[in-house]
Design a protein around this ligand. Structure first.
Ligand code: PBG
Length: 323
Protein backbone atom coordinates (compact mmCIF):
# COMPACT_ATOMS: atom_id res chain seq x y z
CA UNK A 1 0.00 0.00 0.00
CA UNK A 2 3.00 2.30 0.03
CA UNK A 3 2.55 3.47 -3.55
CA UNK A 4 1.60 6.20 -4.54
CA UNK A 5 2.39 7.78 -1.15
CA UNK A 6 5.98 6.57 -1.35
CA UNK A 7 7.88 7.09 -4.56
CA UNK A 8 11.48 5.89 -4.14
CA UNK A 9 12.45 7.39 -7.44
CA UNK A 10 12.13 10.88 -5.85
CA UNK A 11 15.51 10.36 -4.21
CA UNK A 12 17.19 9.02 -7.32
CA UNK A 13 16.41 11.92 -9.60
CA UNK A 14 19.76 13.67 -9.75
CA UNK A 15 23.40 12.84 -9.22
CA UNK A 16 23.49 15.23 -6.24
CA UNK A 17 20.59 13.47 -4.56
CA UNK A 18 22.27 10.15 -5.20
CA UNK A 19 25.57 11.47 -3.89
CA UNK A 20 24.19 12.75 -0.59
CA UNK A 21 22.28 9.53 0.02
CA UNK A 22 24.99 7.05 -0.95
CA UNK A 23 25.43 4.51 1.84
CA UNK A 24 28.86 3.22 0.87
CA UNK A 25 31.91 5.14 -0.25
CA UNK A 26 35.25 4.11 -1.67
CA UNK A 27 38.53 5.88 -1.03
CA UNK A 28 42.09 5.10 -2.15
CA UNK A 29 43.03 4.48 1.50
CA UNK A 30 40.64 1.49 1.49
CA UNK A 31 42.98 -0.36 -0.84
CA UNK A 32 46.02 -2.48 -0.04
CA UNK A 33 48.09 -2.96 -3.19
CA UNK A 34 49.79 -6.36 -3.63
CA UNK A 35 53.36 -6.16 -4.98
CA UNK A 36 55.31 -9.16 -6.29
CA UNK A 37 58.98 -8.77 -5.53
CA UNK A 38 61.80 -10.61 -7.30
CA UNK A 39 65.56 -10.59 -6.66
CA UNK A 40 67.90 -8.27 -8.50
CA UNK A 41 67.71 -4.67 -9.61
CA UNK A 42 66.01 -2.93 -12.51
CA UNK A 43 63.66 -5.88 -13.05
CA UNK A 44 60.09 -5.31 -14.20
CA UNK A 45 58.33 -8.34 -15.68
CA UNK A 46 54.66 -8.22 -16.65
CA UNK A 47 52.45 -11.08 -15.40
CA UNK A 48 50.64 -12.26 -18.52
CA UNK A 49 47.46 -13.44 -16.81
CA UNK A 50 47.18 -10.19 -14.83
CA UNK A 51 47.41 -7.26 -17.25
CA UNK A 52 48.73 -4.20 -15.42
CA UNK A 53 50.54 -6.24 -12.75
CA UNK A 54 54.33 -6.62 -12.82
CA UNK A 55 56.91 -8.53 -10.84
CA UNK A 56 59.50 -6.01 -9.72
CA UNK A 57 62.85 -5.88 -7.98
CA UNK A 58 62.98 -4.25 -4.52
CA UNK A 59 63.97 -0.72 -5.56
CA UNK A 60 61.20 -0.63 -8.18
CA UNK A 61 58.74 -1.89 -5.57
CA UNK A 62 59.74 1.19 -3.57
CA UNK A 63 59.05 3.44 -6.56
CA UNK A 64 55.67 1.80 -7.06
CA UNK A 65 54.83 2.18 -3.36
CA UNK A 66 55.70 5.85 -3.54
CA UNK A 67 53.54 6.51 -6.56
CA UNK A 68 50.68 4.57 -4.94
CA UNK A 69 51.05 6.72 -1.81
CA UNK A 70 50.85 9.87 -3.91
CA UNK A 71 47.48 8.58 -5.16
CA UNK A 72 46.34 7.97 -1.58
CA UNK A 73 46.93 4.21 -1.54
CA UNK A 74 48.72 4.08 1.79
CA UNK A 75 49.41 0.39 2.13
CA UNK A 76 51.02 -2.39 0.17
CA UNK A 77 51.42 -6.12 0.80
CA UNK A 78 54.57 -7.83 -0.43
CA UNK A 79 54.92 -11.30 -1.92
CA UNK A 80 58.42 -12.63 -2.54
CA UNK A 81 59.76 -14.82 -5.29
CA UNK A 82 63.12 -16.06 -3.97
CA UNK A 83 66.23 -17.16 -5.79
CA UNK A 84 66.38 -20.49 -3.96
CA UNK A 85 63.68 -22.94 -2.91
CA UNK A 86 64.09 -26.03 -0.75
CA UNK A 87 61.91 -28.56 1.09
CA UNK A 88 61.51 -26.41 4.21
CA UNK A 89 61.38 -22.92 2.71
CA UNK A 90 64.66 -21.76 4.26
CA UNK A 91 64.85 -18.63 2.09
CA UNK A 92 61.59 -17.34 3.61
CA UNK A 93 63.52 -15.84 6.52
CA UNK A 94 66.46 -14.50 4.50
CA UNK A 95 67.13 -10.88 5.52
CA UNK A 96 68.62 -10.35 2.04
CA UNK A 97 65.65 -11.95 0.27
CA UNK A 98 63.43 -9.85 -1.99
CA UNK A 99 60.74 -9.17 0.63
CA UNK A 100 63.09 -7.91 3.35
CA UNK A 101 65.02 -5.84 0.84
CA UNK A 102 61.78 -4.34 -0.48
CA UNK A 103 60.53 -3.54 3.03
CA UNK A 104 63.69 -1.55 3.71
CA UNK A 105 63.60 0.14 0.30
CA UNK A 106 59.96 1.17 0.68
CA UNK A 107 60.47 2.47 4.21
CA UNK A 108 63.36 4.60 2.93
CA UNK A 109 61.64 5.90 -0.20
CA UNK A 110 58.03 6.22 0.96
CA UNK A 111 57.99 6.49 4.76
CA UNK A 112 54.25 6.99 4.99
CA UNK A 113 53.47 3.71 3.23
CA UNK A 114 52.15 1.03 5.61
CA UNK A 115 54.18 -2.03 4.67
CA UNK A 116 52.53 -5.41 5.07
CA UNK A 117 54.13 -8.73 4.17
CA UNK A 118 52.57 -12.02 3.22
CA UNK A 119 53.88 -14.77 5.48
CA UNK A 120 53.70 -18.21 3.88
CA UNK A 121 56.01 -20.93 2.65
CA UNK A 122 54.46 -21.77 -0.73
CA UNK A 123 56.71 -19.36 -2.63
CA UNK A 124 59.78 -20.72 -0.82
CA UNK A 125 59.31 -24.50 -0.87
CA UNK A 126 60.39 -26.59 -3.85
CA UNK A 127 57.12 -28.57 -3.61
CA UNK A 128 54.97 -25.42 -3.49
CA UNK A 129 52.98 -26.32 -0.36
CA UNK A 130 52.44 -23.78 2.41
CA UNK A 131 54.26 -25.85 5.01
CA UNK A 132 56.77 -28.64 5.42
CA UNK A 133 55.90 -32.12 4.19
CA UNK A 134 55.82 -35.15 6.44
CA UNK A 135 54.57 -38.40 4.88
CA UNK A 136 52.81 -36.69 1.99
CA UNK A 137 50.90 -34.21 4.13
CA UNK A 138 51.70 -30.74 5.35
CA UNK A 139 52.89 -30.99 8.95
CA UNK A 140 51.11 -28.26 10.88
CA UNK A 141 53.21 -28.03 14.03
CA UNK A 142 56.58 -28.41 12.32
CA UNK A 143 55.65 -25.47 10.06
CA UNK A 144 54.87 -23.02 12.88
CA UNK A 145 58.45 -22.12 13.91
CA UNK A 146 59.40 -21.55 10.26
CA UNK A 147 56.50 -19.16 9.77
CA UNK A 148 57.38 -17.40 13.01
CA UNK A 149 60.98 -16.96 11.82
CA UNK A 150 59.76 -15.58 8.48
CA UNK A 151 57.44 -13.10 10.20
CA UNK A 152 60.22 -12.04 12.54
CA UNK A 153 62.60 -11.45 9.61
CA UNK A 154 59.97 -9.19 8.01
CA UNK A 155 59.50 -7.33 11.29
CA UNK A 156 63.24 -6.82 11.70
CA UNK A 157 63.34 -5.43 8.14
CA UNK A 158 60.70 -2.89 9.18
CA UNK A 159 57.31 -4.32 8.24
CA UNK A 160 54.36 -2.69 10.00
CA UNK A 161 52.03 -5.67 9.56
CA UNK A 162 52.72 -9.35 8.93
CA UNK A 163 50.01 -11.38 7.24
CA UNK A 164 50.10 -15.18 7.56
CA UNK A 165 48.30 -16.86 4.64
CA UNK A 166 49.31 -20.47 5.18
CA UNK A 167 46.23 -21.69 7.13
CA UNK A 168 48.19 -23.72 9.68
CA UNK A 169 46.39 -23.94 13.02
CA UNK A 170 48.02 -21.89 15.75
CA UNK A 171 50.22 -19.78 13.49
CA UNK A 172 48.87 -16.44 14.66
CA UNK A 173 49.74 -17.29 18.25
CA UNK A 174 53.17 -18.61 17.27
CA UNK A 175 53.94 -15.47 15.26
CA UNK A 176 52.65 -13.13 17.99
CA UNK A 177 54.80 -14.87 20.58
CA UNK A 178 57.91 -14.73 18.38
CA UNK A 179 57.41 -11.02 17.67
CA UNK A 180 56.83 -10.16 21.32
CA UNK A 181 59.79 -12.18 22.52
CA UNK A 182 62.09 -10.23 20.22
CA UNK A 183 60.69 -6.83 21.10
CA UNK A 184 58.45 -6.31 18.06
CA UNK A 185 55.34 -5.70 20.13
CA UNK A 186 54.07 -3.02 17.80
CA UNK A 187 54.15 -5.07 14.63
CA UNK A 188 50.54 -6.02 13.89
CA UNK A 189 49.20 -9.33 12.59
CA UNK A 190 46.69 -9.45 9.76
CA UNK A 191 45.44 -13.04 9.71
CA UNK A 192 44.20 -14.58 6.51
CA UNK A 193 41.61 -16.07 8.85
CA UNK A 194 39.08 -17.49 6.41
CA UNK A 195 41.04 -18.51 3.36
CA UNK A 196 39.31 -20.92 1.03
CA UNK A 197 40.72 -23.64 -1.25
CA UNK A 198 39.72 -21.69 -4.33
CA UNK A 199 40.02 -21.89 -8.09
CA UNK A 200 40.39 -18.12 -8.13
CA UNK A 201 44.12 -18.18 -7.25
CA UNK A 202 45.33 -19.43 -10.65
CA UNK A 203 46.96 -16.24 -11.98
CA UNK A 204 48.64 -15.52 -8.62
CA UNK A 205 50.35 -18.89 -8.72
CA UNK A 206 51.82 -17.98 -12.07
CA UNK A 207 53.04 -14.66 -10.65
CA UNK A 208 54.38 -16.16 -7.43
CA UNK A 209 55.56 -19.50 -8.86
CA UNK A 210 53.73 -21.25 -6.04
CA UNK A 211 51.65 -23.99 -7.68
CA UNK A 212 51.89 -27.17 -5.57
CA UNK A 213 53.89 -29.86 -7.39
CA UNK A 214 51.55 -32.59 -6.07
CA UNK A 215 48.06 -32.64 -4.59
CA UNK A 216 46.22 -29.46 -3.65
CA UNK A 217 45.60 -27.26 -0.62
CA UNK A 218 42.25 -28.67 0.47
CA UNK A 219 43.63 -30.27 3.62
CA UNK A 220 44.54 -26.85 5.04
CA UNK A 221 42.55 -24.17 3.20
CA UNK A 222 38.78 -24.04 3.80
CA UNK A 223 35.97 -25.73 1.90
CA UNK A 224 34.14 -23.12 -0.24
CA UNK A 225 30.81 -24.46 1.00
CA UNK A 226 31.36 -23.37 4.61
CA UNK A 227 30.57 -20.15 6.44
CA UNK A 228 30.07 -21.15 10.08
CA UNK A 229 33.56 -22.65 10.01
CA UNK A 230 34.89 -19.28 8.83
CA UNK A 231 33.63 -17.68 12.02
CA UNK A 232 35.41 -20.31 14.08
CA UNK A 233 38.63 -19.42 12.22
CA UNK A 234 38.09 -15.69 12.67
CA UNK A 235 37.36 -15.92 16.39
CA UNK A 236 40.31 -18.14 17.16
CA UNK A 237 42.70 -15.95 15.17
CA UNK A 238 41.51 -12.93 17.15
CA UNK A 239 41.94 -14.90 20.36
CA UNK A 240 45.50 -15.79 19.31
CA UNK A 241 46.26 -12.11 18.84
CA UNK A 242 45.28 -11.13 15.30
CA UNK A 243 44.85 -7.36 15.03
CA UNK A 244 42.97 -7.61 11.74
CA UNK A 245 41.36 -10.53 9.94
CA UNK A 246 40.84 -11.30 6.29
CA UNK A 247 38.40 -13.21 4.14
CA UNK A 248 39.75 -14.57 0.87
CA UNK A 249 38.68 -14.68 -1.94
CA UNK A 250 36.23 -11.79 -1.76
CA UNK A 251 33.74 -11.61 -4.60
CA UNK A 252 32.23 -15.08 -4.26
CA UNK A 253 32.45 -14.81 -0.44
CA UNK A 254 30.70 -11.54 0.40
CA UNK A 255 28.38 -13.37 2.80
CA UNK A 256 31.49 -14.53 4.67
CA UNK A 257 32.79 -10.94 4.81
CA UNK A 258 29.47 -9.85 6.31
CA UNK A 259 29.44 -12.72 8.80
CA UNK A 260 33.04 -11.99 9.86
CA UNK A 261 32.21 -8.34 10.31
CA UNK A 262 29.30 -9.17 12.58
CA UNK A 263 31.21 -11.78 14.56
CA UNK A 264 34.13 -9.61 15.60
CA UNK A 265 35.13 -6.02 16.28
CA UNK A 266 38.59 -6.05 14.73
CA UNK A 267 38.97 -4.53 11.25
CA UNK A 268 38.01 -6.92 8.45
CA UNK A 269 39.89 -7.05 5.16
CA UNK A 270 38.99 -9.01 2.07
CA UNK A 271 41.19 -10.13 -0.80
CA UNK A 272 39.94 -9.36 -4.30
CA UNK A 273 42.13 -12.14 -5.67
CA UNK A 274 43.97 -12.70 -8.92
CA UNK A 275 41.24 -14.75 -10.63
CA UNK A 276 38.64 -12.08 -9.88
CA UNK A 277 40.96 -9.48 -11.37
CA UNK A 278 41.79 -11.59 -14.43
CA UNK A 279 38.11 -12.21 -15.23
CA UNK A 280 37.34 -8.49 -15.23
CA UNK A 281 40.40 -7.67 -17.32
CA UNK A 282 39.66 -10.40 -19.86
CA UNK A 283 36.02 -9.47 -20.27
CA UNK A 284 36.86 -5.77 -20.53
CA UNK A 285 39.57 -6.45 -23.11
CA UNK A 286 36.98 -8.26 -25.22
CA UNK A 287 34.59 -5.34 -24.92
CA UNK A 288 32.08 -7.52 -23.09
CA UNK A 289 31.90 -5.32 -19.98
CA UNK A 290 32.85 -1.75 -19.08
CA UNK A 291 35.98 -2.49 -17.03
CA UNK A 292 36.03 0.73 -15.01
CA UNK A 293 32.37 0.59 -14.12
CA UNK A 294 32.44 -3.09 -13.18
CA UNK A 295 35.62 -2.69 -11.13
CA UNK A 296 34.21 0.16 -9.06
CA UNK A 297 30.96 -1.76 -8.63
CA UNK A 298 32.84 -4.83 -7.38
CA UNK A 299 34.99 -2.80 -4.97
CA UNK A 300 31.89 -1.00 -3.69
CA UNK A 301 30.16 -4.33 -3.09
CA UNK A 302 33.07 -5.42 -0.90
CA UNK A 303 32.81 -2.28 1.23
CA UNK A 304 29.05 -2.70 1.37
CA UNK A 305 29.48 -6.28 2.59
CA UNK A 306 31.49 -4.91 5.51
CA UNK A 307 35.13 -4.89 4.44
CA UNK A 308 37.18 -2.12 6.02
CA UNK A 309 40.11 -2.79 3.69
CA UNK A 310 40.39 -4.43 0.28
CA UNK A 311 43.53 -6.09 -1.06
CA UNK A 312 43.23 -5.49 -4.76
CA UNK A 313 45.30 -5.46 -7.95
CA UNK A 314 42.96 -2.66 -9.08
CA UNK A 315 44.35 -0.34 -6.37
CA UNK A 316 46.26 2.01 -8.64
CA UNK A 317 43.71 2.39 -11.40
CA UNK A 318 40.82 2.62 -8.94
CA UNK A 319 42.64 5.35 -7.00
CA UNK A 320 43.15 7.25 -10.27
CA UNK A 321 39.49 6.89 -11.15
CA UNK A 322 38.43 8.11 -7.70
CA UNK A 323 40.72 11.17 -7.82
C1 PBG B 1 49.61 -18.10 -0.40
C2 PBG B 1 48.79 -17.09 -1.10
C3 PBG B 1 48.00 -17.29 -2.22
C4 PBG B 1 47.41 -16.05 -2.52
C5 PBG B 1 47.86 -15.14 -1.57
N1 PBG B 1 48.70 -15.81 -0.67
C6 PBG B 1 47.83 -18.44 -3.11
C7 PBG B 1 47.41 -19.75 -2.65
O1 PBG B 1 46.95 -19.96 -1.52
O2 PBG B 1 47.56 -20.65 -3.47
C8 PBG B 1 46.47 -15.80 -3.65
C9 PBG B 1 46.22 -14.39 -4.01
C10 PBG B 1 45.56 -14.21 -5.32
O3 PBG B 1 45.09 -15.16 -5.98
O4 PBG B 1 45.49 -13.04 -5.73
N2 PBG B 1 50.80 -17.56 0.06
Amino acid sequence: MSFPLHRYRRLRRSESLRAILRETSLAPSDFIAPLFVVPGAGVRQPVSSMPGVDRVSPELAAKDAKSLASLGVLSVILFGIPEEKDAVGTSSADPEGPVCRAVRAIKAESPKTVVMTDVCLCEYTDHGHCGVIEQDTVDNDATLPILAAEALAHAVAGADVVAPSDMMDGRVGAIRAALDKSGYRDVAVLAYAAKYASGFYGPFREAAESTPSFGDRRAYQMDPANVREAIKEVLSDVEEGADLVMVKPALAYLDVVRAAKEATNVPVACYNVSGEYAMVKAAAANGWIDGKRVTLEILTSMKRAGADLILTYHAKEAAEWLA
